[in-house]
Write a protein of this length. Sequence first.
Length: 390
Amino acid sequence: MSSQKRDYYEVLGVSRTADDAELKKAYRRMAMEFHPDRRPGDKEAEDKFKEAAEAYAVLSDAEKRSLYDRFGHQGPAQSGFSGGFGGIEDIFSAFADIFGGGGGFPGGGGGRRVPRGDDIETELTVAFLDAARGTKREIEIDRHSACETCKGSGAKPGTQPQRCRTCQGRGQVAHQQGFFVISTTCPQCRGAGSQISEKCGSCKGAGQVAKRATVSVTVPAGIDDGQRLRLSGQGDASSQQGGEAGDLYVLIRVQADPRFVRDGDDLWTDVPLTFAEAALGTRIEVPTPEGSEHIEVAPGTQPLSKQVLSGRGMPNVRGRGRGNLIVRFVVLVPKELSSEARELIEKLGPHLYSPRSAASTEVPDDEAPEDHHESDKGSVFDRLFRKKKK
Ligand SMILES: [Zn+2]
Ligand SMILES: [Zn+2]
């Protein structure tokens, strides 16, 4: 561009008293005349196109126009106007009402837009403990890969795809409708911008072939059922040479482990105790994601009371620490008794505390066994699940 800026009114060819409608009309005329899609590669036309956009940007804004009228080209800078546009695309987006919205000519900024390959989704099932510890898997997927014979061009080796004459390689063609310019995918080359005269024998000109591929998937520790991993660039190859491949999404299915129920990063596990163990206290082994651990059960442990093993639950999948392992004690009441056991319990019975025989029949809520009468209606896990889902 020339170092000396021309007067904005002169650029648009309007008088200093021109109103908004006149300015808009003048600018539209100039924009169409010097449109880069009309004159591809014409540097002078492009400069004129930019110059007109700058003039219109100032004069169509009342504040900038009055600053310009008073102080010349330095004026609009005071209101934050940087002066001019960086690129053609900026002009399209600034004056979408003039160019028909959406940025106008996709090809106008130079270079066609190459479509990305499709994303692929697949599933991977892992065992509960693998999800807890993290694992690495090789999976097989079917995807479109660039043809090795023609390197994705679709042209017979030794030949080159020819630039499409209909769209001049832009992949888009512009139609003028009244004052609006609408651009659509080129019907001749279907957006590729080029055409193949002699097709590659391996891919029949498609540039890509369906292929089975082995992909290595790192499953992070703590992943939950239903979470998806994104493997960038591992999806289908672009249908056009030089295009980015799509992504591969791996939906993780975590198999249930009958010993654990997951709640966020916390794990619950139920541990059965006999009445004697609950009453007298004991030392037991409980399952953890690492294997097992011994814990002390206090004398007088109540049915369904809990012991929290801090930081022994599921690792957080984003690396933020670990959840807790919550051990719940299930006190088993025998359904069948040997005659010896029956005798002993009969002897024991009168020595046990019963709220019904005590002076006060009040039992504090938190001491009352929550729902032990329901214990025949399914496992504690079932109830936990039902509770979570409600
Ligand atoms: Zn090929
Ligand atoms: Zn074309």
